[in-house]
Design a protein around this ligand. Structure first.
Ligand code: BJW
Length: 271
């Protein structure tokens, strides 16, 4: 077997023991932190960015997901977001979102259930996803690194419009939408390439890397600073694990890489 074939084979396998090992770490952990990416929403029908069916196969990020792209052609960028909003509006949270929401609400399996719920036993959830399916699944305290496709803000950052507001209209009319405060152009309240993440949000995510178990789920682990969080967690002593249908740059550095679908693996960890 060639190295490539072996890697390919390894990328599609996990063992019952892998599940048992991870389940055991999760049961005995006080603080679990989960970071999710587009793969967690794939089973809901939300397009991922990379991969064979990914958005970046058809569209170039530099044409649609940068401040320069928006400055050049806000109409095209808004049409792309309006189209994605329509797709996402038709999607429902899947089993992965449900398990994560339950853990974040405090219903996480534990070694000794007779101990009852312990306020120190917490599950923190960080997501790169802008689809808000974690919110719709009821995840409390969600840290949204890249914003929300359901929020917009004033491009000119006028005094009243700098803070994002919710706009869940589908279809969007007018498109592009305008700032209700100053009448200028509004923009999607998401983080594009080359833009800084909200400082307080990133700080909260970094704080959440102080945990016993850090799970990175359904992300290609190439977009920073999100991709660095698992390394931060490991350097702070966390047991780190990845759940992904294929190998990523994180696979060789985590303590355990489980190659399977999030919506199938996460329910197994509850058993
Ligand atoms: C499944 C599955 C199933 C499928 N189950 N798994 C350090 C080094 C190098 C570069 C940089 C660096 N620091 C910053 C940068 C620049 C840049 C960056 O990281 N570039 C890299 C691409 C090289 N980062 C930034 O610009 C960030 N800003 C920043 O750092 O500011 C300071 C700064 C700026 C410039 C220079 C230096 C510092 C901002 C990043 C913003 C990312 N924005 C987007 C768009 C959001 C809005 C929108 O949706 O339109 O965020 S891009 C896109 O990628 C989106 C995602 O959140 C993000 C990550 O994608 P994700 O979630 O990983 O999805 P995929 O599709 O890539 O992967 C899906 C995975 O799921 C795959 O692995 C599948 O196998 C798997 N999967 N089904 C489990 N059922």
């Amino acid at each position: 077997m060639t190295d490539a074939a072996r890697a390919d084979d390894a990328a599609r396998t996990f063992t019952v023991r892998d599940i048992a090992v991870l389940a055991s770490h999760i049961k005995s952990a006080r603080r679990v932190t989960i970071m999710t990416g587009a793969g967690v929403s794939a089973a809901s029908g939300v397009a991922t960015f990379r991969g064979p069916q990914g958005l970046w196969r058809e569209f170039r990020p530099e044409d649609l997901a940068t401040p320069d792209a928006f400055a050049r052609d806000p109409q095209v960028v808004w049409e792309w977001y309006a189209w994605r909003r329509e797709q996402i509006a038709a999607c429902q949270p899947n089993a992965a979102h449900e398990v994560i929401a339950n853990w974040a609400k405090g219903v996480r399996p534990q070694n000794d259930p007779s101990m009852g719920s312990d306020h120190l036993r917490r599950t923190f959830v960080i997501t790169q996803n802008v689809d808000d399916l974690h919110v719709r699944a009821g995840t409390p305290g969600l840290i949204r690194l890249h914003g929300s496709i359901w929020e917009v803000s004033c491009l000119a950052r006028c005094a009243a419009g700098a803070r994002p507001w919710r706009d869940e209209r589908v279809p969007l009319s007018p498109c592009p939408p305008l700032c209700p405060h100053c009448g200028g152009l509004a923009r999607p309240a998401v983080v594009w390439f080359g833009e800084s993440l909200d400082r307080a949000t990133l700080d909260a995510a970094v704080q959440a890397t102080a945990c016993d178990v850090f799970l990175t789920i359904g992300t290609s682990s190439i977009v920073y600073p999100a991709a660095g969080l698992v390394h931060e967690a490991r350097s702070r002593g966390a047991f780190t694990a990845e759940i992904n249908v294929e190998a990523t740059p994180a696979s060789s550095t985590v303590d355990l890489a489980i190659h399977g679908a999030a919506e199938q693996i996460l329910p197994l960890l509850n058993e």
